[in-house]
Design a protein around this ligand. Structure first.
Ligand code: CDP
Length: 208
């Protein structure tokens, strides 16, 4: 079984994806971390994420050890990730890896922006997880603050809205709900309730 989960930043899709993978005993890939690792490489090397050759080179040589680097989740790297993610050649470099991962024996859960539309268009279950911008900004603000970043709620909200616009507006693999994806709005749901809803959506699809 392949479960594809897409949605905007801080919508809760990562937490849901991880919990669903555990519950259904599936492998789990956070595809955003791949774009973040490319971005982190560029940030560490002092390279501009807008320079295509540099970004493609970093994607080609994607270094697995960066995936566990604490710098991966910083606000700056999230921003740079969404810049490199708008580049077609960067996306092509990491597409095969994602598709091979999806073919893991026993199945997998992948979360990102284009899983249901591009990476796994034939996924057995597709979820599109959303929450209103204020709720998402509050969650991301708490996360960044807990990680020791010096941020304000207002700048987090503004950054998130800029990132939404970039992710939704780009020409290649934009953030978009697949026509067969089920919508899950977590604005008013705590993690456990959102998880229970997601489980019942998956079970509903499996039994259909
Ligand atoms: O954790 P958060 O939701 O903030 O973002 P993420 O999932 O770690 O993704 C970081 C950035 O990578 C996003 O803003 C997207 O621009 C990009 N991304 C993408 O283009 N396609 C994916 N499948 C996953 C992430």
């Amino acid at each position: 079984m392949i479960i594809a989960i897409d949605g905007p930043a801080a919508s809760g899709k990562g937490t849901l994806a991880r919990k669903l993978a555990k519950h259904f005993n599936l492998a789990y890939l956070d595809t955003g971390s791949l774009y973040r690792a490319v971005a982190l490489r560029l940030v560490l090397d002092g390279d501009d994420p807008n320079i295509e050759e540099r970004a493609v080179e970093a994607a080609r040589k994607l270094d697995g050890s960066l995936l566990s680097d604490p710098g991966l989740r910083s606000g700056k790297v999230g921003e740079a990730a969404s810049v490199v993610a708008a580049n077609l050649r960067v996306r092509e470099e990491i597409l095969d890896f994602q598709r091979r991962y999806a073919a893991s024996p026993g199945g997998a859960v992948l979360d990102g922006r284009d899983i249901g539309t591009i990476v796994c268009p034939d996924a057995d279950v597709k979820l599109f997880v959303v929450a209103n911008p204020q709720v998402r900004a509050r969650r991301r603000f708490e996360e960044l603050k807990a990680a020791g970043e010096d941020v304000t709620y207002d700048t987090v909200l503004a950054d998130l809205q800029a990132r939404d616009a970039r992710d939704e507006g780009r020409a290649i693999a934009p953030l978009k709900r697949a026509s067969d994806a089920l919508l899950l709005d977590t604005s008013e749901l705590d993690i456990e309730t959102a998880f229970e809803e997601a489980v019942s959506i998956v079970e509903g699809r499996m039994n259909a």
